[in-house]
Design a protein around this ligand. Sequence first.
Ligand SMILES: [Fe+2]
Ligand SMILES: [Fe+2]
Length: 272
Amino acid sequence: MNEDRRIIRYREFLVARDKAADLLRHRLAKREAFFDDLARRPVRSSAPVDRATYFRNMARRRPEHGLEPRMLWILATAKANQAERFGVGLAELLGCVNADDSARVHVALQETYHTRMLADVVAMFGLSVSVRPPRAFVRLMIHLMVSAPERWTLPLVGASEMVGCVLFRALRDKRVELFADEPAVAERIRLLYNEILADEIGHVGFIAARLDEHGRSMTRRLYARLASTLASQFSEIDALFGSSEMARRFSAFHLADAAAELPNLAFAAAQI
Ligand SMILES: [Fe+2]
Ligand SMILES: [Fe+2]
């Protein structure tokens, strides 16, 4: 079989980035080393956090009015974790991870690490992520994406990976103003969010490489139509950024630029 050069290069990139992948134990060798390193240098925010407000709002679909921006940011991070965990768990439950394809194994394991990284971000504030499913619309979308045949859903998965890139990038950037008084916290957030963002950029590029021009244009159209609907499901992000800022970020997203921003971390096998 004559496999696409771009996918072969992506596979090589993944092995260099993650080293050995162990699907059964949910481990990527280099990620484990990354977490071990971070554990040796723990970072904890000393800013007071209203735990009761956090847990009360984690149980709500929409945040209460008047929450301070930091609280909205932490809630947005925790809820992004819920959506990721739901997708990862369901894909595994339904046996959707093709163990014969090393690129897909890496991608699935990277998603598992994202939930851990997002939980680690929340833990810096002395909080935990409660085990709850994401909102119904997000659940429905995820369910559709992991259970329907790939040829139907690949553009949809691609579009939502693009949305993920924009959301994670926006949350990462927001640290600069929100956590300016705690540089170590802001730096740890940058480090963790960049890992996630770099992976998501790779996922979009991997999907683009598997699609033909028709599929890629469908992905772009779905993204243009779905971006704001999907993002509005994360009400905290809406409250934090405002819908016009998010709309601006969605239309400005460009995969090659996003990859160029993270030169040693991200690789987009193809453009969308
Ligand atoms: Fe992810
Ligand atoms: Fe992804």
